[in-house]
Structure formats: structure tokens, C-alpha cells
Design a protein around this ligand. Structure first.
Ligand code: GTP
Ligand code: MG
Length: 303
């Protein structure tokens, strides 16, 4: 290790769907956090580790900050806002536009209250003309003084090396927190559950995906020459009518979700997987402290 090694914690915050999880996955070079075109995909704090010669960055991906409509939403927003005071650098991700709406203003207020350096990351620059980016930078500069402003495309990987260098500037010197092989704090079971939820988010329509949780009932590894993981997972939904849609005609939808999730689970576990999915209804679970806790969203964790 170099004597001037740097290490620290960096949170990614922003409104839902701005690309926080996509950017974090890209920066560490692995898919750990699930992503989707739907807002409010990430529900928990997810830590990943980037280690180079120069230093170690512990990234903290967070749920999108939004106007919460239920207890789960409150939990998500609290989890996200709480990280602001716990880290060395904040990355605030925004869409490439000059429009600064109520959602952004709310985040600005939170950022102005903390002393942590804030790097504004204008993401999705692949969607706009290069010349336009300067106008977005100008619009945001008028709102607050940022430590840095870095335009990137998380999807294409444009300018993300510059972002890493900018982050390093603001990290303190110090020993690494994790050994260099560590990639995440997420247990395998949790990643498996999230991969199933991601496929459900991508396959299902309307309001159904938002009311889904996934619980791993059992995960056992068969011993022997060809390793196989036997996994039983339950998809929880909010209404009886949703259950029918998730199962689909003759089980077609459930099969589709399973067959999309399985290859990614196998890649992550590095063995074959036998995935069995079930569906259960837990009426309005997103407003129940007890159910939320059972499904991995303990309200106490956000206090
Ligand atoms: N064109 C383009 N799309 C992107 C880029 N980054 C992310 N996306 C897309 O934006 C959508 C949302 O990405 P996520 O990474 O799930 O966003 P998020 O901010 O983590 O969302 P929440 O977890 O809901 O808060 C997905 O469809 C991504 O593919 C980018 O640089 N360019
Ligand atoms: Mg996310």
C-alpha cells in the first residue's frame, strides 16, 4: 500500500431514476445494485467497494429521494437522507436539464445544511448534445456552490474516470476499510432476492411492481461434483388481483421472471441454480411496520 493511500465513504443521492445504481455498478465494474426504468427501484442502502493503487472508495447507493406516500417510502427517504452526514463526499446525481423542480429544490435544502463536500454529477449526457451540458452546469451553479461539477454517462461509461479522480481529491488519507477483494456488504441471499425483484420490475406493468417484495425462503447448495443451488423465493404482492397477474396464464409470467433471473443468479453464485418462485398476498404491507421488517425493510434501521 502506498504511504499516501486515501480512503473514505461516498454516497450517491438524487431523485428516483437518475441512474445512481447504474453509475455505482459501472464504477465498481460489477452489477450489485439492481436497476430499472421505474422510479424507486432501490429500497435500501447498498455499500460497494472500489479499490485502486491510489485509494479505496466505499460507495453507498441509496433510494431515490421522493415525496413518500406510505411507510416504505418514508423509510426509503430517511435511509437516503441519513447518509448525508455519514460520508466524506456526496455525489448528487441529476438529469441533464436546466429544469430545477421541487424535487431538486428539496435536495438542495438538505445539501445546504451539511458541511460534506458535494460533487454534482450530471448523468445521462448521452441523451443530450454536448453543447447543451454547459447550460445545465450554469443553471445548477446558480443554486449552490459545488466542490466539483462532473458530467457523465453511467450507461456509456463516459467521463467516469474523471469522476473517480475528483472523488479522490476530497478523501482523507488513511488505511483501507476493507481488503481489496471485498466488493459489497450485501449477502448473497439478498442479491438473489433483488435480482428476482428486478426482473419482476421489468416484466410487470402499472402499479404492481411498486408493491412487490421478494423473500428468500431457502437457499441450499447440493454438494457433489456439479454444484447446484436450490433456491425457493416468494414474491409478495399487495392484492389478490396482482397475484393472478404475477403468476400469469398457466404460470407464464412467473416462468418469465424466473427464467430471466436464473442466469444472473447463476453468474453471481458461480454455479447452476434451481429457482422456484411462489407468490403470496400481504395486503398493504408497505404500510405495516411488521411486514416491512419481515421483508427486509426494518423501520428501526432508518431512525
Ligand atoms: N441514457 C441513459 N440512461 C441511463 C444512464 N444511467 C442510467 N440510465 C437509465 O436510467 C434508468 C434508471 O437507472 P437506475 O440506475 O435504476 O436509477 P436510480 O437512480 O438508481 O433509481 P432509484 O433506485 O429508483 O432511485 C435505467 O433505465 C437506466 O438504464 C445514462 O447515463 N444514460
Ligand atoms: Mg437505484
Amino acid at each position: 500500500m502506498k504511504h499516501n493511500f486515501k480512503s473514505g465513504f461516498v454516497t450517491l443521492i438524487g431523485r428516483p431514476n437518475v441512474g445512481k445504481s447504474t453509475l455505482m455498478n459501472h464504477l465498481i465494474g460489477q452489477k450489485i445494485a439492481i436497476t430499472s426504468h421505474r422510479p424507486q427501484t432501490t429500497r435500501n442502502r447498498i455499500q460497494t467497494v472500489y479499490t485502486s493503487e491510489e485509494g479505496q472508495i466505499v460507495f453507498v447507493d441509496t433510494p431515490g429521494i421522493h415525496k413518500a406516500k406510505n411507510k416504505l417510502g418514508n423509510y426509503m427517504v430517511r435511509i437516503a437522507e441519513r447518509t448525508l452526514t455519514e460520508v466524506d463526499v456526496v455525489l448528487w446525481l441529476v438529469e441533464p436539464t436546466t429544469f430545477i423542480g421541487a424535487g431538486e429544490k428539496h435536495i438542495l435544502e438538505q445539501l445546504k445544511k451539511v458541511k460534506t463536500p458535494v460533487i454534482l454529477v450530471i448523468n445521462k449526457t448521452d441523451k443530450v448534445k454536448k453543447e447543451e451540458v454547459l447550460t445545465f452546469i450554469d443553471a445548477y451553479r446558480k443554486e449552490m456552490e459545488f466542490s466539483e461539477i462532473v458530467p457523465v454517462s453511467a450507461l456509456k461509461g463516459d467521463n467516469t474516470d474523471v469522476l473517480i479522480s475528483c472523488i479522490m481529491k476530497y478523501l482523507p488519507y488513511g488505511e483501507p476499510f476493507y481488503d481489496e477483494d471485498t466488493v459489497t456488504d450485501q449477502p448473497e441471499r439478498q442479491i438473489v432476492a433483488e435480482l428476482v425483484r428486478e426482473k419482476a420490475l421489468r416484466c410487470l406493468e402499472e402499479e404492481i411492481p411498486h408493491g412487490i417484495a421478494v423473500v428468500i425462503e431457502s437457499m441450499k447448495f447440493r454438494k457433489g461434483q456439479s454444484a447446484i443451488a436450490d433456491i425457493e423465493a416468494t414474491i409478495i404482492c399487495e392484492r389478490e388481483s396482482h397475484k393472478g397477474i404475477i403468476i400469469g396464464k398457466k404460470g407464464a409470467m412467473l416462468k418469465r421472471i424466473g427464467s430471466q433471473a436464473r442466469p444472473e443468479i447463476e453468474e453471481m453464485l458461480e454455479c447452476k441454480a434451481n429457482l422456484q418462485l411462489w407468490v403470496k398476498v400481504r395486503k398493504d404491507w408497505r404500510d405495516s411496520d411488521l411486514y416491512m421488517k419481515n421483508f427486509g425493510y426494518n423501520p428501526k434501521d432508518s431512525e
